[in-house]
Write a protein that binds this ligand. Sequence first.
Ligand code: VGL
Ligand code: ZN
Length: 219
Amino acid sequence: MNANKFGRSERFGKECSLLVVDVQNDFADKAGALYVTGGEQIVPLINEIRFAFQTVVFTKDWHPPGHISFASAHAGKRPFESLCADSSNVARTLWPEHCVQNTWGAELHPELIVRYDIDIIFEKATKVDKDSYSAFRDEAGEETELREILEKRGVSNVYVCGLAFDYCVGCTALDAVKAGFEVFLIENATMPISKEGRQQMMQRLHDNGVHMITYARSE
Ligand code: VGL
Ligand code: ZN
């Protein structure tokens, strides 16, 4: 894998955008419903990285109460069990209730520097009966508006970071490739839910042409 680096002094042109995926309390705070170990550690890094970009998108996992991805929405199921879903026959992981719209858990981490005047906040997985790890499409394959939003700004390269590497970050990066972008994943500005998940996602990203890069903090 090609471990390229970029550093503090770097400034990208308007063809590059940063996607900060799901850095919300439920994933990034120890008290969160689906805490990703070490999730809070990437926040200071993202706060540095963001200033290298003109277009910054913060995605939010934004589920209505009773969302289909919650174990509690399925009789007899517990979090982290899987469910063989409908006709597609794809096993899906069921989660604890997390990122419920307008709750503390769904808020962006309070230490994250967000410029509400210019940054884009993009909510995903907002329909009760559809989950979506990717910010570019839902699990039924339907595209979201994100591709168009980025294209309108002249973006051709996307840099992806956030939580969790083995789910929403990885899936967003893979779909960004499918949407025609050149995709870079900032390896040290993301954390996985599990080690095994990390391994598998790393392979898929590699096989699909996502470039892994590292952000070098103040040298
Ligand atoms: C995520 C599990 C469920 C994520 C979202 O943001 O990676 N993971 N919902
Ligand atoms: Zn979710």
